[in-house]
Design a protein around this ligand. Structure first.
Ligand code: ATP
Ligand code: MG
Length: 252
């Protein structure tokens, strides 16, 4: 579905932020991109989406090289949906208008039908269709940005930190919604995340970036169990298992 080969990228005349990245993601899987702040996760996602033009290497979607294809064309003709890290909803527009923005290129009848389908998937939005997005909670805003990407029925969904700024409860709700999209639609989902434990819990595979390169890649459950991964990238050891309850000393 998505294949990134030896991609190098940077900004202006600055250095290469990405120094030869290889990544692949298939339909029906969530691939998460992890790594410290500033290591290039968003830059990599923007290369896949087409907002940043790689200096070298290739980006393929569904077997076709999309290196020279602009963003809007990837959305219309290559089945791509993209949710940016920040500013992903328009606060002054209603929930309905935010979602319909994702379907501007569709014929009116198809757009209306898809709108109803998306609404039926997200009852928490359906009850607030005419509210302004500014009146939504952080989690509801993230669901709204997902819904806008989904209305065009993408086959590839690119998400930049969908859990940013959310409480643990809301984060779980958003991750559950993403897992549900994968399970229901078989979509190919690439998700940049800071919350590594939680992202690995929902993802199928992961790439950890460091200094512009892929430092670690593998199955998410293998990485969760890997002591080196925990030490270097997951903020140390997970909480220790509960101590056995002390038994009262035997009375002799
Ligand atoms: N538009 C830009 N112009 C110039 N430099 C940029 C631009 N966007 C990002 N950078 C630089 O590229 C590097 C990687 O940034 P990027 O946003 O890809 O990191 P990230 O891994 O997504 O970080 P975070 O976890 O903080 O979101 C940083 O040093 C950043 O300052
Ligand atoms: Mg980022």
């Amino acid at each position: 579905m998505i294949r990134v080969g030896k991609v190098r990228a940077g900004y202006g005349d600055g250095p290469d932020i990405l120094q030869g990245i290889d990544l692949a993601a298939s339909g029906g899987e969530i691939v998460t991109i992890l790594g410290p702040n500033g290591c290039g996760k968003s830059t990599l996602l923007k290369c896949i989406a087409g907002f940043v033009r790689p200096r070298g290497g290739t980006v393929e979607m569904e077997g076709r090289n999309v290196g020279a294809v602009p963003v809007h064309d990837r959305i219309r003709n290559h089945g791509m949906g993209f949710v940016p890290q920040t500013d992903n909803v328009f606060s002054t527009l209603t929930v309905a208008d935010n979602i319909l923005l994702g379907a501007r290129h569709m014929a009116p009848a198809a757009r209306a039908a898809r709108y109803e389908e998306v609404m039926s998937q997200y009852p928490s939005l359906a009850s607030k269709q005419e509210r302004r997005a500014s009146a939504l909670s952080g989690g509801e805003r993230q669901i709204l940005s997902l819904a806008r990407a989904l209305i065009s029925s993408p086959r590839v969904l690119l998400l930049d930190e969908p859990s940013a700024g959310l409480s643990p409860a809301m984060m779980h709700e958003v991750f559950a919604a993403i897992a549900d999209i994968r399970d229901r639609t078989g979509m190919c989902i690439v998700m940049v995340e800071q919350n590594a434990f939680e992202a690995l819990s929902v993802a199928d595979r992961a790439y950890v970036l460091s200094l512009g390169k892929v430092a670690i890649e593998g199955r998410a459950d293998d990485l969760l169990a890997d002591p080196a991964m925990r030490h270097l990238y997951l903020g140390g050891e997970p909480p220790p298992a509960a101590e056995p309850t002390p038994q009262p000393a035997a009375i002799s």
